[in-house]
Design a protein around this ligand. Structure first.
Ligand code: CP3
Length: 356
């Protein structure tokens, strides 16, 4: 295997010393980039892009050609798992993801099979190995999956939802049925992420985008518990290196302590928790990733630089920080502003890592 030329992302996740704070952006390959829009229109649509390993590799590398990012993330989607389970994923232009066959009954959930990634998601496994080969050691590659609860919301609602009415009704009305679905999803995610790791993913992130919508007890039982099962089932070391696990619950600032005891290597933070507060609460156990409000990227480069400097000074000296946005970059952002953000992280963070 090729030697990694830039491993500061992996080192920061393990809370080891680095020269500057590493940075990447959730959704870094996406519609804000004109070259992404061109690739997507050549492919035909978004799923055609995901299901073709060469094209998925092409768009994964696009943001790295533009910016000095410290990690690449597999180009795919969290909804590939329910699609592989037979729900029939499609994208309605302007409407977001939809399923032809949502699962809303005990019988429908009983009929679901745990996915075999090599059989049902071979295109993702192939994309990972293609990207690893093309990266040639430039930066580490992140694999990812949705959390069971987040996947369940799309599967039960049949698409995006504002209030998660049907999915939450299932948690409260039929907790055993919900539990069966969450368990099948956890087993699918374990197999899927382990296949990504074996194909070359050097860190993995679990996107729990909708955990923050749950009540306290419901979060612990229906979102965190299945994620803990996943973490326990993942390959911890590959190619002689630890494979860090990043747990990102959007809106999860009130659960940092139980999340830090989940076995995760690092916690993703959205922008609502001050990073100094998060560091004081869990910094001895896990690294932190985040946490600039993605909307700051709508402001001028000067304001963006000032906000980066502020977050870095709030984290202060010490290891275990990966800079990121608190959620994905949005399609309306000017690519020049994303560049100003990334360069500012490297420029302003060196002072916090220099030997005193
Ligand atoms: O971060 C990356 O660059 C990797 C690629 C990635 C995508 N989706 C590509 C994508 C990742 C990590 C995801 C995860 C994902 N997908 C999540 C969890 C992260 C989060 O944002 O909370 C969720 C909830 C989804 C489900 C999903 N996929 C939605 C709601 C949408 C439509 C929203 C939109 O922006 O239109 C998608 C489509 C999607 N996934 C796009 C991309 C680049 C846009 C598709 C397009 O129009 O080209």
């Amino acid at each position: 295997m090729t030697e990694l030329k830039n491993d500061r992302f992996l080192r920061a996740l393990l809370r080891q010393p680095v020269d500057v704070t590493p940075v990447w952006m959730m959704r870094q390959a996406g519609r804000y980039l004109p070259e992404y829009r061109a690739s997507r229109s050549r492919a035909g649509d978004f799923m055609a892009l995901c299901s073709n390993p060469e094209l998925a590799c092409e768009v994964t590398l696009q943001p790295l050609e533009r910016y000095p990012l410290d990690a690449a993330i597999l180009f795919s989607d969290i909804l590939t798992i329910p699609d592989a389970m037979g729900l029939g994923l499609y994208f309605e232009p302007g409407e977001g993801p939809r399923f032809k066959k949502p699962v809303q009954t005990a019988a429908a959930i009983e009929a679901l099979d745990v996915v075999d990634p090599y059989k049902d998601l071979g295109y993702v496994v192939d994309a990972v190995s293609t990207i690893r080969r093309e990266l040639n050691g430039r930066v580490p590659l992140i694999g990812f999956s949705g959390s069971p609860w987040t996947l369940m919301t799309y599967m039960v609602e049949g698409g995006s939802s504002k209030d998660f009415r049907r999915a939450k009704a299932m948690l409260y009305d039929q907790p055993e049925v919900a539990g069966m679905l969450l368990d099948k999803l956890a087993d699918s995610v374990i197999a899927y992420l382990n296949a990504q790791i074996k194909a070359g993913a050097q860190a993995v992130q679990i996107f729990d985008s909708w955990g923050g919508a749950l009540a306290h007890d419901a979060y612990l039982k229906f979102s965190l518990a299945p994620m803990k099962k996943i973490i326990a089932g993942l390959i911890k070391e590959h190619e002689g290196r630890q494979v860090p696990i990043i747990l990102f619950t959007k809106g999860g600032g009130q659960w940092l302590e139980p999340m830090a005891d989940s076995g995760a290597t690092a916690l993703g933070l959205d922008w609502t928790t001050p990073i100094a507060n998060a560091k004081a609460r869990v910094g001895g156990k896990v690294a932190l990733q985040g946490n600039m409000d993605p909307s700051v990227l709508y402001a001028s480069p000067d304001r963006i630089r000032a906000e980066v400097a502020r977050i870095l000074s709030e984290f202060g000296r010490g290891n275990g920080h990966v800079f990121n946005l608190g959620h994905g970059i949005t399609p309306e952002v000017d690519p020049e502003h994303a560049g100003a953000f990334i360069r500012a992280v490297h420029e302003f963070s060196a002072q916090y890592h220099a030997q005193p």
